[in-house]
Write a protein that binds this ligand. Structure first.
Ligand SMILES: Cc1cc2nc3c(=O)[nH]c(=O)nc-3n(C[C@H](O)[C@H](O)[C@H](O)COP(=O)(O)O)c2cc1C
Length: 414
């Protein structure tokens, strides 16, 4: 019977343990988590979501305060078109975060950054360019293009000196999305170094509609394998979404996948950025506590715990401080929903907004508890303590469990 450790992920001459821990936005997949995964020989991700605010928290900068000061005059204005990011600050925040992680990296693994196209930041092309190029400047091993089709993203980095040496990959949820990506980026004469195929059981935003349950990861992975084979394209395929045990991973590795990308199991690791009380909510969750909803202003469905404070919250849009989801014209669907509720309840001190949420503020404050489908199984991966809480795990324990377990077993911690 095989285990994950019987396989290796190859990037050129480099050999890795075929376990990729996926990016989890707004510092849930911390540098500490990515560093631990790299030390153990796999691929860890940091995320470039909301890096100016992450930088303030971790590296003592004042980017959010400065942005708020500059745009304070606009807080009561529902038109946010004027609220722009200072590109030099976005670059500096990226360099700080990536630089910190890369300097601290030990071991034979790699650290990639997850870069979501849907963070349009009121100037999609300019801000994405800066984010991608600054990550390359700061020495990131690789960039995973996420949450969007990224039809023009390679071109934004094309003339960067590291464009051909850094590993560049794309997350897709269908063969069609992959074909589009390959066609539109062909002009740069560079193929992706890996393809993450994310199925409907993943955490975060889903690349499916609300009919997500009709889709199945294995079917999509098989379609993509067949297509790549027919086109004679030798690109590592990395399935993601619902791979909960080492044996789940082995079943993909045995049928030709190069590695697996996982995340949910690591949301309850000491090194993960979620506050410890929120980790307990993940542990406690039962299947019926988890839903896929449409409250994210991005327009993508998102899976989350039904009890999270982000759902129904009617806080004032935080665009003057954050504004990561403002589109090219300064619009965000939460602003519309919020204004509708305020207009409908002119006397109310507080409103409730059910159809959308202020994702920036709530992700920043760890109040949007996005999670994978199998979050309800996390309680079976640890011990329940005398006080009724669950024992938080080390990233090393979870990583090694994926790497060495057999028979669909999950090893409990010491
Ligand atoms: C809490 C959480 C946050 C996530 N945030 C992101 C993100 O910011 N960007 C992204 O591309 N994927 C995100 N994901 C998806 C993961 O990177 C990964 O592909 C997926 O969750 C793997 O499936 P699993 O959680 O069932 O192991 C997130 C997943 C979780 C659980």
């Amino acid at each position: 019977m095989k285990r994950v450790d019987d396989f290796r992920l190859h990037f050129g001459k480099q050999e890795l343990v075929p376990i990729v821990v996926g990016g989890m936005g707004v510092d849930i997949s911390t540098a500490d988590l990515a560093l631990e995964v790299a030390r153990l020989g796999g691929v860890g991700h940091i995320s470039d979501a909301m890096l100016p605010t992450v930088s303030d928290r971790r590296y003592d900068t004042d980017f959010v305060k400065e942005k708020l000061l500059q745009y304070h005059y606009n807080i009561d204005n529902s038109n946010k078109a004027a609220v722009k990011f200072d590109l030099s600050q976005v670059a500096e925040a990226t360099r700080l975060h990536v630089g910190h992680a890369m300097e601290a990296k030990r071991g034979s693994g790699m650290i990639f950054i997850n870069c979501m196209e849907k963070l349009t930041m009121n100037a999609p092309r300019e801000t994405l360019t800066v984010r991608l190029r600054s990550a390359l400047d700061a020495g990131i091993d690789g960039i995973t293009l996420a949450a969007g089709l990224h039809l023009g993203s390679f071109a934004l980095m094309e003339d960067h000196p590291r464009f051909r040496d850094a590993k560049l990959g794309i997350i897709v949820s269908s063969l069609r999305a992959l074909q589009l990506f390959l066609r539109k980026n062909a002009r740069t004469n560079r193929l992706p170094d890996y393809i993450v195929v994310e199925g409907p059981l993943a955490g975060g935003h889903l690349g499916f509609g609300m009919d997500w349950a009709k889709y199945d990861l294995r079917t999509i992975v098989n379609e993509i394998h067949q297509y790549l084979q027919a086109e004679h394209l030798d690109i590592p395929v990395i399935p993601a979404g619902g791979i909960f045990t080492g044996s789940d991973a082995v079943s993909y590795l045995e049928s030709g996948s190069a590695a697996v990308q996982v995340a949910t199991r690591f949301t309850v690791a000491q090194e993960c950025g979620l506050p410890k009380d929120v980790m307990q909510e993940y542990f406690k969750a039962s299947e019926s506590d988890i839903e896929v909803n449409t409250v994210s202003p991005t327009g993508y469905p998102m899976r989350m715990l039904k009890s999270c404070p982000a759902i129904g919250s009617g806080i004032r849009p935080g665009c003057e401080s954050y504004g990561y989801l403002l589109d090219a014209n300064g619009n965000c669907s939460y602003i519309d929903s919020y204004n509708r509720e305020v207009a409908a309840h002119p006397e109310a001190k507080k409103v409730s907004v059910m159809d959308k949420t202020c994702l920036c503020t709530h992700m920043r404050n760890f109040k949007c508890w996005t999670c994978g489908h199998y979050t309800y199984r996390l309680k079976d991966t640890t011990h329940k303590l005398a006080d009724g809480s669950y024992q938080v795990l080390s990233a090393e324990h979870i990583f090694r469990d994926y790497q060495f377990s057999i028979d669909n077993k999950v090893a409990l911690p010491e």
